[in-house]
Design a protein around this ligand. Structure first.
Ligand SMILES: Cc1cc2nc3c(=O)[nH]c(=O)nc-3n(C[C@H](O)[C@H](O)[C@H](O)COP(=O)(O)OP(=O)(O)OC[C@H]3O[C@@H](n4cnc5c(N)ncnc54)[C@H](O)[C@@H]3O)c2cc1C
Length: 436
């Protein structure tokens, strides 16, 4: 990125950042300045910068020691989708609240019978005057318990083939027809929820991208999700303060949510888990003598090699993009390689820790006790990574689905025969309506 842009950002931070502002006041300044969503168009709260430049912007804000832009799915997914498919009226309604963190968003896509086969979703929306009435069940809804608004996809035309009868809505989560039930997962936290929609209401002017065009709109959201999973994606933007009205962070002091310099150097929890795992494991192995174990050294080298290959693949993708070429198989292999790297880092980390790998603090307040007892705060990072490690093989398209895509779209192997693009959704056999 041009040095002048970074200089401009630094000068702006010098003048605008004040740790004594509330989180809401600071995000108001950051969001309306264009630095919270630098890739968005200048007329819609952005700076029109490239994705790589946006990563440099996030890094500069973090290095400066200011609170990063609001995290969560509003800025990452809903905003770019509305920028692309929304009307100007919808952009005016939703985008400002996203960049200033006033509203938190969640993604109501997956259902118990429709995850990999998302287009098989059963949740129905039926027109009622100027509104739609929505009934169905969603699952795996990250952050649903503190979201104000949801990206919802629902079936609006069961007579059309399954990809054609879906509509994308912006649904108000604070209404009687929406019940959110947290699901406690392996890590001890409840990152996701089940969401039950029972005659929930959504106005017709909250249809994003047109009636029955939801599959195309959802694919924009999913493309942004995949891009956010790549190197330097979501973690760089992660903020400890949660946007929206539910958590109450907007009225708290902004400076209290800025990571301390030591954890910034470590890359924060997310960075330590994925980006910096290699360095962390080398330090741990040096610290407890496991570095003398030839098998451990060999796997550390394997991890390093896989990370380097992923880095080079990423550079090839960037080079292709810079030359105006669409990325080829690299884009599909990078998600698969990330899940393999995470699994190797988990196995290696637990081997290096030995018996310490059985210790884990599930609640935040116990973390300090465990760190003090072991004298090593990095142990918790490894066990946290180990417990979270199955997730990257599932979210953003499972490993098996990535392999199917490589087989069919990259290697040109024949697709499994099916009639779901030509037959009305309601006439498909039940197993092919969802989860097939
Ligand atoms: C951390 C995390 C956060 C998430 N957050 C959200 C969220 O906020 N909102 C949301 O809507 N969803 C969310 N999801 C859900 C995620 O998108 C789904 O879990 C994912 O799409 C897989 O769907 P599923 O769990 O229904 O598994 P299924 O699709 O039922 O798959 C089960 C198994 O069958 C395999 N399989 C399925 N189809 C095929 C096939 N055709 N060929 C070969 N193998 C196949 C899969 O690979 C998998 O191993 C999240 C998931 C995770 C892990």
């Amino acid at each position: 990125m041009a040095d002048s842009t970074i200089d401009e950002l630094r000068a702006w931070l010098e003048q605008a950042w004040d740790p004594d502002l509330t989180v809401g006041e600071w995000w108001e300044r950051l969001g309306t300045s264009g630095w919270a969503a630098p890739t968005w168009p200048t007329e819609w709260f952005g700076k029109g910068l490239s994705r790589d430049d946006a990563v440099a912007v996030q890094a500069t804000i973090a290095e400066f020691g200011a609170l990063p832009a609001p995290g969560g799915l509003g800025l990452l997914l809903a905003g770019p989708t509305i920028v692309t498919h929304g009307t100007d009226e919808q952009r005016r309604t939703y985008l400002r609240d996203i960049v200033t963190g006033q509203k938190g968003w969640c993604q109501l896509f997956s259902e118990p019978g429709a995850g990999s086969d998302l287009a098989g979703l059963q949740c129905r929306a039926i027109r009622d005057g100027d509104e739609w009435i929505v009934t169905g069940q969603k699952v795996w809804t990250s952050g649903g318990q503190y979201a104000d608004v949801a990206m919802l996809i629902a079936r609006t035309a069961p007579d059309l083939p399954k990809h054609q009868g879906i509509t994308y809505f912006a649904l108000d989560m604070h209404q009687p027809g929406v019940e959110v039930r947290p699901l406690r997962e392996l890590t001890g936290r409840a990152l996701f929820n089940e969401v039950f929609l029972t005659e929930a209401r959504v106005p017709n002017d909250a249809v994003i991208g047109g009636l029955n065009n939801g599959w195309a709109v959802a694919n924009t959201t999913l493309a942004n999700e995949r891009a956010g999973l790549g190197a330097g994606g979501g973690s760089a933007a992660a903020s400890l303060a949660i946007p929206g009205t539910v958590m109450g962070h907007l009225d708290r002091r902004a400076g209290d949510f800025v990571p301390d310099p030591a954890s910034r150097r470590r890359g924060g929890a997310a960075g330590a888990m994925f980006g910096a795992a290699e360095k962390l494991l080398v330090e741990l192995a040096k610290g407890n003598g496991q570095i003398d174990n030839a098998a451990v050294r060999q796997d550390l080298m394997r991890l390093h090699t896989m990370n380097e290959i992923a880095r080079f693949t990423n550079l090839r993708m960037k080079a292709a993009k810079a030359q105006g070429r669409a990325p080829g198989a690299e884009a599909n292999t990078s998600k698969l390689s990330m899940s393999r790297i995470v699994r190797l880092a988990r196995d290696l980390g637990l081997r290096i820790l030995g018996p310490y790998g059985t210790l884990h603090a599930y609640e935040g307040q116990d973390r300090g006790t465990l760190d003090a007892a072991t004298g090593n705060p990095f142990i918790s990072m490894v066990t946290e990574m180990a417990l979270f490690s199955p997730a990257p093989s599932i979210y953003g398209g499972t490993d098996e689905i990535q392999k199917n895509i490589i087989g069919e779209r990259v290697l040109g192997l024949p697709k499994e025969p099916n009639n779901d693009r030509t037959t009305a959704f309601r006439d498909l056999r039940v197993g092919a309506q969802g989860g097939s």
